[in-house]
Design a protein around this ligand. Structure first.
Ligand code: NAP
Length: 339
């Protein structure tokens, strides 16, 4: 371990960046020396000292070894990440929109400048998705599926209890399960971004998010009754399966056995099942929120500090071809998994 603490800068002091700042205060492995945020209000909330406030991105980049990008969105985030790498800094981000869009190009840039670009927090928050996919080799992968969006999982659970979608969304908002704008959660776009990143991590090919068939949570009452009669539940599934000519990917509400691992995934819990020739690996954890996401970013920072980080590349994990079949009712796929 380095005797001198590595210097970290945070760009974007919102839910995740602010959470990271708070949990990092007393750590012994790195020091947050600069922060940059659009509104000054956040500096007050987190009691940031004046010498820690960067007046612009360049000042922050000149003061640190590792840049944490937690502004979200794509435009400014791209500027932050590209400039940080060009300035020779490691980058840690939780930004799935950015990685799903430009991950290939950004990883290439990181490789060229011999710095790390780590994004473990971008898929599944506190769930160690990539570490599991990378280190817990299960041989050739034949299928990856699961729940990666807590908002839509909460909404569908309420719909199964007889609530109308509109009321379930309102309840999710009032209980703090959604972002102020839940559009990307409910349309499936948020989950599709995560699936695109997982697909790239496994196959080496990053699909365009818009090309992934995605169904929103629009399910009618008759379908819900039918699913209940079959002792199944509705879950907002992400699904990836290698086919003879490529990879099948989709996102949308699916009926799955009530007692399966996915069927039992509730609330803010996320769960991903990885099936392969050597068995089944189930990865679960709290998928989003301030602390789980901040801890996932911290894990990436510490891996750099301790010299344990390895190039985070879009790998080639061997694939195994299955022949799954789905029945459909309305816009819901029926997925008969015995687990
Ligand atoms: N929240 C979660 O549970 C979660 C989970 C996994 C991944 N993520 C990802 O983490 C990232 C951050 O999410 P979040 O929920 O923390 O967002 P957030 O609460 O909206 O925070 C974003 C922060 O960035 C600041 N910001 C925005 N544009 C800026 C600019 N041009 N210059 C400087 N600061 C700017 C905002 O400043 P203001 O003070 O002006 O608003 C705000 O404080 C996103 O990529 C998101 O997808 C979030």
């Amino acid at each position: 371990m380095n005797s001198q603490k590595l210097k970290v800068g945070i760009v974007g002091l919102g839910t995740v960046g602010g959470g990271l700042y708070d949990i990092s205060k007393n750590n012994k492995e790195f020091e947050i020396v600069k922060v940059l945020n659009r509104s000054r209000e956040k500096y007050k909330i987190h009691n940031i000292k004046s010498h820690q406030i960067a007046s612009n991105l360049e000042e922050l980049l000149n003061s640190v070894d590792i840049v944490v990008e937690t502004v979200g969105g794509v435009e400014f985030a791209t500027e932050v990440v590209k400039n940080a790498l060009k300035f020779g800094k490691h980058v840690v981000t939780a930004n799935k929109a950015l990685i799903a869009k430009d991950g290939v190009e950004l990883l290439k840039l990181a490789k060229n400048v011999e710095k790390f670009l780590l994004f473990g927090a971008s898929v599944g928050g506190g769930m160690p998705v990539f570490r599991n996919l990378k280190y817990h080799s299960i041989g050739r992968i034949s299928r990856v599926y699961g729940v990666l969006n807590a908002t839509s999982n909460f909404v569908l659970s309420k719909v199964m209890e007889g609530m109308k979608i509109k009321d379930a969304v309102y309840l999710a908002q009032s209980e703090g399960y959604t972002e102020s704008d839940p559009t990307d959660d409910l349309s499936g776009k948020d989950a599709a971004r995560k699936l695109a990143i997982i697909c790239a991590f496994i196959t080496g090919s990053l699909p365009k998010v818009e090309s992934i068939p995605t169904t929103s949570l629009n399910v009618d009452e008759e379908v819900v009754k039918f699913i209940e009669k079959m002792e199944m539940v509705l879950k907002p599934l992400v699904y990836m399966e290698p086919r003879n000519k490529g990879v099948e990917l989709w996102v949308g509400p699916a009926a799955i056995s009530r007692n399966s691992r996915i069927g039992l995934t509730e609330g803010t819990e996320n769960c991903l099942i990885v099936e392969g020739e050597n068995g089944i690996n189930s990865i679960s954890g709290v998928g989003a929120g301030k602390n789980p996401t901040a801890f996932a970013i911290m894990a990436d920072i510490i891996s750099i500090v301790r010299g344990e980080a390895s190039e985070f590349n879009f790998n080639q994990v061997p694939l195994n071809i299955l022949k799954s079949k789905f029945e459909s009712v309305g816009n819901v796929k029926i997925f008969r998994s015995s687990r």
